[in-house]
Design a protein around this ligand. Structure first.
Ligand SMILES: [Zn+2]
Length: 205
């Protein structure tokens, strides 16, 4: 169905919004018209925030979390327990675990999970750098906090093989709780508890 737009500029703006996940053309139109009603300064601030974010954002060279500096605030905080690393899929997961206020260690953001169906292999993820981190310092425990999907399990297993023989405890967050896409269904208390009640990783789900 081809909607008739009175303006090419409007059509282009709506088209850009409609590319966002979960935004259909109707919603896109509503958002664009809303922005159009705002002062020029408001719209400029909106656009500039996106452009500046994209140009200037950094990823922590240690844990790959999003950061304004070379090393993120968590990694560079001396009050954090550097002997524990929590392995997560995405930046959103770091924020979710931080919100529980139950974890004082560091993170490692993989950037996804192994998924042959989507063409994502171990080399597409930050797994080697995790292995290097564990090798190189006084890391005592690695906590696997990936989603409890087949892909998450595969990734857990792959990491466990890579860390085999190293003097590090490998644990997994309490099963039945998954973070990532199911995050919105997991409240902070439950997620916090699943970290506290983590169990030794045995290689079986
Ligand atoms: Zn970091």
């Amino acid at each position: 169905m081809n909607q008739q737009y009175p303006s090419m500029l409007l059509e282009k703006a709506v088209g850009e919004f409609a590319k966002l996940p979960g935004v259909g053309r109707k919603t896109a139109m509503r958002l664009v018209l809303h922005l159009l009603r705002q002062d020029t300064a408001v719209v400029e601030a909106f656009g500039n925030a996106m452009i500046t974010l994209k140009h200037e954002v950094k990823y922590c060279k240690v844990c790959h979390n999003i950061s304004d500096t070379e090393t993120c605030r968590i990694c560079s905080n001396p009050a954090r327990d550097a002997s524990t690393i929590c392995v997560v899929e995405s930046i959103r997961d770091v924020m979710a675990v931080e919100a529980t206020q139950q974890y004082r260690g560091l993170y490692h953001v993989l950037g996804g999970v192994i998924s042959p169906m989507d063409g994502i292999g171990p080399s597409d993820l930050q797994i080697e750098s995790l292995v290097e981190r564990v090798k190189g310092s006084g890391v005592k425990e690695v906590i696997l906090a990936l989603s409890s999907t087949m892909e998450g399990d595969t990734t857990n297993f792959y990491i466990s093989r890579k860390l085999e023989g190293m003097d590090v405890k490998l644990s997994v967050i309490a099963r039945g709780i998954s973070i990532g896409d199911e995050l919105e269904y997991t409240d902070e208390v439950t997620l916090g508890r699943s970290i506290i009640n983590r169990t030794l990783f045995t290689g079986t789900a």
